[in-house]
Design a protein around this ligand. Structure first.
Ligand code: NFS
Length: 650
């Protein structure tokens, strides 16, 4: 391993200064995801740049190159479409299963049967009840909560009709979906049908397979994810801006450090609340610790950051290094984006790795199962276990002395309020700023980190470039944590914005990059753009808006589902970093670009060169502005080779 590490400088591995610090100081005998990304190359067939692989039956795996078919006769196009569709189904199922659990929890919380969980935002409950056609007048909150829980849960198993949360979208968009037959009938139904249709010897038509892939992704964005976000807000409160600090430097030398990692807000919200508990703080003192420091990683971090200001110490690629600081007493993981290597890494340190979901057990971890009725008790047990582990900590810890300020927690409700005020909350000022060109457009830069690209680099680069050209950037997931760590989510970052965007940031008092939450909360972006359409002046559909989405360091199947439902919602979406695994099939690429553009007014494509991607997004947004006949306040800035070279060093 030590030999591999000599190959790349920490700065080439990560743009996170605290991660670089850790890479310089970590035990050379230990391996991280970064080392393995060098020692193990991706399978060239599986990565799908030069070929394609089908393993849907045991006559294979069939490795295809241009001009060949599998044993059954399946073509590159069919296999590419099937593989992509299966990944979308897996991604959609992850988000949706998360939403299902929250829908169930809401019913229990409404009846006071979920320890430590209550309905914190009754106003949002009433609003969501209306979306679901549930009567609210004259009814108790608990009664509404139970019915919302039942109705939301039923949308997962619904067999016919429409998942009615799609009604949040503009009318015209709903008609486009109906015309193309992609309105999800029920969340689970679309995932099951996708798996059936990609089974050996079923759907073999690229367009037909991808039509169902779109309906499946729609059941995520306009189904499971949206339900998850709405109910998380109802139970744990709708986010408002919160000041916090970030990076691995937020671990504390003299306190019990507890890292919450994964995606679900439930147990983590209770653990974070208990960090101030007098009894537990007293107990910590008896073990020599000066406090209890709860911090987060990945999307669980985003959930508790937005609502409680809990410090996110890093995104996906920081999880192993957090343990290597020797300062973490316990890491509690729930579901998704949790590396199996954590079980091995913790063997070398005193850190207790705790799994809490029956859906995710890891060799080497202690399993302490969260049930809806044991939240408070379990959270206390976990914190006590971490406190008991504090005396086992090594004398020397290795916490990077690097921190960055950030503001997070821009929900749709807050954006409306900050622009229009409590009594006339409105998206009018945002639309007006876009119309008069102070804001050229809105770009969502979202998604994962990928160990095969320089950690955080593309997220940070694109964000700086877009804000400097007056594009408002909204972020979720690991992308949001990336720019937060490099200081782009604090008010001072408005200095890096173009004059137009800066004038808005100054007037409203916001940073030029807005943190909208976890990956599940990409559905917040859907509701924001729907509101922008309804506000008027920017066309009558999402596809008319000068907006775009980018996932520059994508890695998870969930990202494929997200990219697909944004394209189906009318947005131009570009992925970079590693290719979407359909690159070798022209037929599939054509359908995802030209085909989807014709059907939905949006598309999903992969662009390897980050400057080419930047230019393409600018071009798409400027074309939308032109179509809307908006005054072009600024010249379109496309980069020539010389300008590119001067920008390379970020
Ligand atoms: Ni999204 Fe969140 Fe991060 Fe990617 Fe994983 S944590 S759900 S999948 S890696 S952004």
């Amino acid at each position: 391993m030590a030999k591999d590490k000599e190959k790349r400088k920490p700065e080439d591995i990560s743009s996170d200064a605290a991660v670089c610090e850790m890479l310089k100081n970590m035990d050379p005998e230990l391996s991280t995801v970064f080392d393995r990304s060098e020692s193990m190359k991706a399978c060239p067939i599986g990565s799908s740049v030069s070929g394609i692989c089908c393993k849907n039956c045991s006559m294979g795996p069939c490795r295809l190159k241009e001009g060949k078919t599998g044993l059954c006769g399946a073509t590159m196009g069919t296999i590419g479409a099937r593989n992509l569709a299966r990944s979308i189904a897996a991604g959609a199922s992850a988000h949706s299963d998360h939403g299902r659990d929250l829908a169930h929890l809401l019913g229990l919380a409404a009846q006071d049967k979920a320890e430590g969980v209550k309905i914190k935002d009754p106003e949002k409950l009433i609003e969501f009840a209306k979306v679901l056609d549930i009567k609210t007048e004259g009814r108790e909150i608990s009664e509404i909560g139970v019915e919302v829980s039942e109705k939301a849960s039923s949308l997962f198993g619904q067999q016919t009709g429409e998942v009615d949360v799609i009604k949040i979208a503009p009318e015209k968009r709903q008609e486009i979906w109906r015309k193309n037959n992609v309105v999800p009938r029920g969340v689970d139904r679309e995932v099951v049908e996708m798996l059936h249709r990609t089974n050996m010897g079923v759907d073999q038509d690229v367009e037909n397979i991808l039509n169902q892939a779109v309906r499946c992704a729609m059941s995520d964005g306009w189904g499971g994810s949206l339900i998850a976000t709405e109910i998380s807000d109802i139970l744990f409160s709708t986010p408002k801006p919160n000041k916090a600090k970030t990076t691995l430097g937020m671990l504390k030398e003299d306190e019990v450090n507890i890292v919450i990692h994964g995606h679900e807000p439930t147990l983590s919200d209770i653990i974070a609340t208990l960090a101030d508990n007098e009894e537990l703080l007293e107990y910590a003192k008896t073990k020599g610790a000066n406090g209890i420091n709860v911090v987060g990683i990945c999307c669980t971090a985003n959930e508790v950051l937005m609502r409680q200001g809990v410090a996110p110490i890093g995104n996906f690629l920081s999880q192993e290094l957090a343990i290597m600081t020797r300062a973490v007493e316990a890491m509690i993981v729930d579901v998704q984006c949790i590396m199996q290597s954590l079980g091995e890494v913790t063997k070398n340190y005193h850190t207790k790795l705790i799994t809490s979901s029956p859906k995710c057990k890891i060799p080497g971890a202690i399993h302490m199962q969260f049930e809806e009725n044991n939240g408070l008790k379990l959270a206390k047990e976990i914190i006590k276990l971490a406190i008991d582990n504090y005396p086992n900590r090594a004398k020397e810890v290795c916490i990077p002395d690097i921190k960055s300020d950030l503001i997070a927690g821009f929900s749709r409700e807050y954006i409306k309020y900050m622009l229009g005020g409590k009594f006339r909350g409105s998206f009018r000022p945002l639309n007006d700023a876009i119309i008069d060109g102070r804001i050229q457009g809105v770009v969502g830069i979202v998604g994962c980190n990928n160990a095969r690209c320089t950690h955080d680099k593309y997220h940070n680069y694109l964000t700086k470039e877009f804000i400097s050209r007056d594009y408002l950037v909204v972020q979720t997931g690991c992308g949001a944590l990336s720019t937060a760590k490099c200081g782009l989510m604090k008010s001072e970052a408005m200095e890096l914005a173009g004059d137009g965007l800066r004038s808005i940031c100054e007037a409203v008092g916001i940073p030029p990059v807005l943190h909208l939450g976890s990956c599940i909360d990409n559905s917040r972006i859907l509701t924001v753009v729907s509101d922008m359409v309804k506000e008027g002046g920017l066309g009558d559909d999402i596809s008319d808006l000068p907006i775009a989405g980018v996932a520059p360091e994508w890695m998870s199947e969930k990202a494929l589902s997200i990219g697909t439902y944004f394209a189906a919602s009318g947005a131009y979406v570009a992925f970079s970093g590693e290719p979407i695994p359909v690159e070798s099939s022209i037929e599939v690429k054509e359908e995802m670009t030209k085909g989807w553009q014709k059907k939905y007014g949006g598309q999903l494509e992969y662009i390897a060169d980050i400057d080419e991607l930047l230019n393409k997004v600018i071009e798409v947004i400027q074309d939308k502005r032109k179509a809307l006949k908006l005054d072009v306040a600024k010249e379109r800035v496309l980069l020539d080779m010389e300008a590119r070279r001067s920008l390379k060093d970020v």
